[in-house]
Design a binder for this molecule. Structure first.
Ligand code: NAD
Length: 507
């Protein structure tokens, strides 16, 4: 069985403990590779390698960094298909999504920051003071040193590279940890880094659990900045350790995003996008809109059409081109999502569609009943060689729950949404802002004034008006409230990985 290796000081190495744990394919529930059970010793080695590489890397020209990062882009694009297959197998997401979103975005992250590094400019200020004093102030922006990057399982290579690319482009060296739930594409990336000629120690990847590897990165005295994406509870723990050490912190945390739909919206566009913004990647995107508020005159029509569209989504083998919704990433997360569906029932919610786990058998039945012959034959041929005993959940739509119940306040992070009617603008704003989170919001209206008015009042780091997940990598990305601190994207991320120094020169 394949043993994943750490990448430290330019070498692929085994963990100090010599121990491994299982990597499970979510669609089948079977172990298919082994993950290094690394610990503080491996983090120390990685940090030493990063520290040793820093003086040379931080003084390479932006052009040299550009050239190496662009070689990495070409290699990711060359290996798009094997990387997409690996991502889908590791995470459970449809391979079509990995092919069209995850892997292209990983290449785009490196391309974006390879070029951005060549455009980062510093300010200067000419000063005229009393008594004819004349000075020039200029700001040096110096790479901060060794940076720690820790990422989650939902968009594995996409989010891992979203941190690593700006850190390396800014001249930092890195100790990085991908999620132990989805380590495979980070492992494949380390091999591409060697092939691209990234100097040893510039990027070090240590695999293992959060409590052993993640916490050792956060607590390491030589690691000066922590860029973290993951759950709010983990973010709190990281802040507790890193803040007293005065480390720079960027925390991208959980969300419970509102999707606000006014009756004057472009209905067809809204409906198609709302299906995507609810259930893409099994609803396991921090930006998915899980609380859908619909203006009352549109409510019944929306409910009927939405439930019909959602019921038609194909849950199944991530490998099949017909699949819309793949497997839930792990048994633990699968059970958590089902427990939230039970909670919604206890709280008086009505399940309009979904609400259950799906087995390969029930899915086949559903297709036969619907007379979808093409898909049945496709599914049968795939199922004939694959035993899909993993973790699948039907896309679930729930209504008749108040905005302040637990189902509507807690992050579920799965294929589960609630729909609720509203009558007035102030009312829906209060509902939308009633959660502890503030990551992203979606707004559907053709009324321009209202769009501006509500966007300004939403407690959210990102507002999408009449669209969703339309990303421009130059824009600031991040949340307010318990969704985190700091912004990724654009020059913000390059600035995060640098320290500003003002030099005042009296003339
Ligand atoms: P998680 O917090 O459990 O884990 C994230 C990473 O942190 C993993 O690599 C994990 O091993 C590591 N970790 C765990 N404990 C740690 C510790 N004590 N110290 C240091 N590192 C530790 O999150 P997850 O379950 O992997 O991801 C899902 C969560 O991520 C959801 O809450 C989701 O909203 C959030 N998320 C946020 C964004 C965003 O941009 N804001 C993007 C994607 C996911």
């Amino acid at each position: 069985m394949l043993e994943i290796l750490n990448y430290i000081g330019g070498e692929m190495v085994t963990p100090a403990s010599g121990e491994y744990f299982d990597n499970i394919e979510p669609a089948t529930g079977e172990v298919y590779s082994l993950i290094p059970d690394s610990d503080e010793r491996d983090v120390n080695l990685a940090s030493d390698a990063a520290k040793a590489a820093f003086p040379a890397w931080s003084t390479t020209s932006p052009e040299e960094r550009f050239a190496i990062l662009m070689r990495l882009v070409s290699l990711i694009e060359r290996d798009l298909e094997p990387l997409a297959l690996a991502e889908s197998k590791d995470n459970g997401k449809p391979v079509s999504l990995a092919r069209s979103v995850d892997i292209p975005r990983a290449a785009a992250n490196f391309r974006f920051y390879a070029t951005a590094a060549m455009h980062l400019a510093n300010e200067s200020h000419e000063t005229h003071g009393a008594g004819g004093v004349h000075a020039i102030n200029y700001t040096l922006r110096q790479p901060i040193g060794v940076a720690g990057c820790i990422s989650p399982w939902n968009l594995p290579l996409y989010l891992f590279t979203w941190k690593i690319a700006p850190a390396i482009a800014a001249g930092c060296t890195v100790v990085a940890k991908p999620s132990e739930v989805t380590p495979m594409t980070a492992y494949l990336l380390s091999k591409l880094c060697i092939e691209a000629g990234l100097p040893p120690g510039v990027l070090n990847i240590v695999h293992g659990t959060g409590p052993k590897v993640g916490s050792a990165i956060v607590a390491h005295k030589d690691i000066k900045a922590i860029s973290f994406t993951g759950g709010t509870a983990t973010g709190e723990e990281i802040a507790r350790v890193a803040a007293p050490m005065f480390k720079k912190l960027s925390l991208e945390l959980g969300g419970k995003n509102p999707n606000i739909i006014f009756a004057d919206c472009n209905y067809d566009e809204m409906l198609a996008t709302t299906v995507r913004s609810s259930f893409s990647n099994q609803g396991e995107i921090c930006l998915c809109g899980s609380r859908i508020f619909v203006e009352r005159p549109l409510y019944e029509r929306f409910k009927q059409d939405f439930v019909e569209r959602v019921s038609a989504l194909k849950v199944g083998d991530p490998n099949s081109p017909a699949t819309d919704v793949g497997a839930i990433v792990s048994k633990q997360h699968f059970e958590k999502i089902l427990s939230y569906i039970d909670l919604a029932r206890e709280e008086g919610g009505t399940i309009l569609c979904g609400g259950k786990a799906v087995t390969a058998e029930t899915q086949r039945h559903r297709e036969e009943e619907s007379g979808d012959i093409t898909t049945v034959s496709q599914r049968l041929s795939v199922s004939a060689v694959r035993d899909l005993s993993g973790w699948f959940i039907e896309p679930t739509v729930i209504e008749r729950l108040p905005h302040d119940c637990r189902t509507n306040q807690k992050e579920i992070f799965g294929p589960v949404v609630t729909i609720m009617p509203f009558d007035a603008e102030d009312e829906v704003l209060a509902y939308a802002n009633s959660v502890r989170y503030g990551l992203a919001a979606t707004l559907w209206t053709e009324n321009l004034s209202r769009a501006h008015r509500i966007s300004a009042k939403l407690e959210s780091g990102i507002v999408w008006v009449n669209c969703w997940m339309l990303r421009d990598l130059r824009t600031p990305f991040g949340g307010v409230k318990d969704s985190g601190i700091g912004r990724e994207g654009g020059f913000e991320a390059l600035r995060f990985f640098t320290e500003e120094k003002n030099v005042c020169l009296r003339l």
